[in-house]
Design a protein around this ligand. Structure first.
Ligand code: UDP
Length: 359
């Protein structure tokens, strides 16, 4: 069976690292990877391929830096020509970026079955580009692999149900378990940054709704400034640009560093006292490593973590927002494991093989 995988953005490299490791160990599957170029900086892309041993992409489309429309259009064109050349049995996409949607649209029109890993997530906020990408991708996919039961429920509410919808668990959990061990063995990031375990907070900020509005971004930094601890902030290039362009004031306890490779990121996550983020992936990783999390958004797709008490929403424009940084946060419930057992990648491959046999 031949599968073409489309990746382009940081979270997709991490998901692909988990799944491609399983592909690589099998005789019955060949994976051809396309990198769209959506994330192109060395520390947002190359580092992940090197340290996570993701196979070198066979195709690099070099599409990045444009608007959503420009990027998506160019990606569709590039992916379509690869699909015509490669004639795969299926196309695999992850998550909810422009690369995800472009892959799905190029494939479905050539009648190549689309496999969507991380299907079924919803924020119900159509102002988020990610929500548009994930909804459209789900509606043209032949195989919808959800990370949790919530994904199954969300899809059912849109009339998508049946044997093509499977809760495989979260491939990011596989990655967190596997590379969590590597991080403890090899990362020296705590020493490099002179940080003691549990004596700092870790933050990430990159979501368009937070970065593009000066008042909102400043409120986030004002909140971080209320923390009694040092806040380490590996800064996404988009946020760095906005801080400079909009002259956002960064408080003295916030320590801005360059974006990290995944191994160092995992190490900082594991030993943080609190994680503050607007990232989808980092919210879950906080739970995987059993660290309480404060989410800088009005809503989240990962609602089970709110219910279990591992995550709390801090909506930046809400009244009590700044006070949220002066409260203390305890660990949540261990009653159930919403993201599977760390074997999601194997379940992804088994589901794809079953799909290919049926076609
Ligand atoms: N990440 C990383 N280095 C960083 C910041 C994040 O390796 O400096 C990882 C993080 O651990 C998670 C993924 O990037 O696995 C999340 O990506 P991002 O926040 O960009 O996207 P989202 O999850 O919101 O789609």
């Amino acid at each position: 069976m031949k599968i073409v995988t489309v990746v382009g953005a940081r979270p997709q490299f991490i998901k692909a690292a988990a799944v491609s490791r399983v592909f690589a160990g099998r005789q019955d599957c060949a994976e051809v990877m396309i990198h769209t170029g959506q994330h192109f900086d060395a520390n947002m892309s190359d580092v992940f391929f090197q340290e996570l041993e993701i196979p070198k992409p066979a195709y690099h489309l070099g599409v990045g830096g444009g608007t959503h429309g420009q990027n998506t259009g160019r990606m569709i064109e590039g992916i379509e020509s690869v699909l015509l050349e490669q004639r795969p049995d299926a196309l695999l996409v992850y998550g909810d970026t422009d690369s995800t949607l472009a892959g799905a649209l190029a494939a479905v029109k050539l009648h190549v079955p689309v496999v969507h890993v991380e299907a079924g997530l919803r924020s119900f906020n159509l102002r988020m580009p990610e929500e548009i990408n994930r909804r459209l991708t789900d509606h043209v996919s032949s195989l919808l692999l959800t990370p949790n039961e919530q994904g199954i429920r969300n899809l059912a509410a849109e009339g998508i149900c049946g044997a093509q919808v499977i809760n495989v668990g979260d491939v990011m959990y596989d990655a967190a378990l596997h590379f969590g061990i590597t991080a403890e063995q090899t990362s020296s990031i705590l020493e490099q940054l002179h940080l003691a375990p549990s004596a700092y907070w870790l933050a990430t900020i990159h979501r368009q709704e937070n970065t593009d509005d000066r008042l909102r971004l400043q409120r986030i930094f004002d909140g971080l400034g209320r923390a009694a601890a040092t806040v380490v902030l590996p800064l996404h290039p988009r946020t760095r640009k906005r801080i400079a362009d909009m002259a956002v004031q960064v408080p003295g306890n916030v320590r801005i560093i360059e974006p990290l490779g995944y191994i160092d990121m995992v190490m900082l996550e594991k030993h943080a006292a609190l994680i503050v983020t607007d990232s989808g992936g980092v919210q879950k990783e906080a739970y995987f490593h059993r660290v309480p999390c404060l989410t800088l958004r009005d809503e989240t797709e990962w609602v089970e973590l709110l219910d279990m008490g591992w995550n709390r929403l801090a909506a930046p424009m809400s009244e009590g927002f700044l006070d949220a940084f002066e409260l203390s946060y305890s660990k949540g419930s261990e009653d159930h494991q919403p993201y599977g057992s760390g074997q999601a990648s194997l379940a992804v491959i088994k589901a794809i093989l079953t799909l290919a046999q049926g076609n």
